[in-house]
Design a protein around this ligand. Structure first.
Ligand code: IMP
Ligand code: MG
Length: 173
């Protein structure tokens, strides 16, 4: 088992999510916000962010893409394995992601969803590794910028383990 060290505590995460939710609430007009989340890594962030939003019209939708598998680095290829089952045309859509690394995933998803003509399309990510960016992508809401280290916990996995941890940890071997 690899060593782990806590990078962001569960208290820090929850505090930051409350701040992000307050910002989102004040940016969006009344009415539904479609939180579109990408399985599986974003599921815990999505659940906490959704509950921190106070309006009742928060819609929860999921997409899935092919993952890194057992590797720590991206294949650079994104494959959609589960599409939305709602029409987002004319709606305010907020893509909810766990982490932006190369930016390949979000560039692809943003392009795909933009073709469906939502009223607005923005991105909220819990974590951002700016040093790793290959594809520039505009991200409106960022929880934490982190150094170029492989992190796990709070939804993020390494080979499907560690997702259940309530803090973010750095994995080293
Ligand atoms: P990107 O396409 O390179 O931006 O990759 C984004 C996806 O890679 C995220 O949704 C995660 O699933 C995965 N990922 C990137 N960095 C990490 C990490 O440090 N730990 C766990 N998963 C990661
Ligand atoms: Mg992942």
């Amino acid at each position: 088992m690899a060593a782990e060290r806590v990078l962001i505590s569960s208290e820090q995460i929850q505090k930051r999510i409350r701040e992000m939710a307050a910002e989102i609430e004040s940016d969006y007009p009344e009415g539904p916000i479609y939180l579109v989340s990408i399985l599986k890594g974003a599921f815990i962030f999505l659940a906490d962010l959704a509950r921190a939003l106070k309006r009742p019209t928060v819609r929860i939708e999921f997409m899935a893409i092919s993952s890194y598998g057992m590797e720590k680095t991206s294949s650079g290829q994104v494959k959609l394995t589960r599409d939305l089952d709602v029409n987002i045309e004319g709606h305010d859509v907020l893509l909810v992601e766990d982490i932006i690394d190369s930016g390949v995933t979000l560039t692809y998803l943003k392009g795909l969803l933009e073709q469906r003509r939502p009223r607005s399309l923005e991105i909220a990510t819990l974590l951002d590794k700016p040093e790793r960016r290959i594809k520039p992508v505009k991200v409106k809401y960022i929880g934490f910028q982190i150094p170029d280290e492989f992190v796990v916990g709070y939804g993020l996995d390494y080979a499907e383990d560690y997702r259940n941890l309530s803090d973010i940890r750095v994995l080293s071997n």
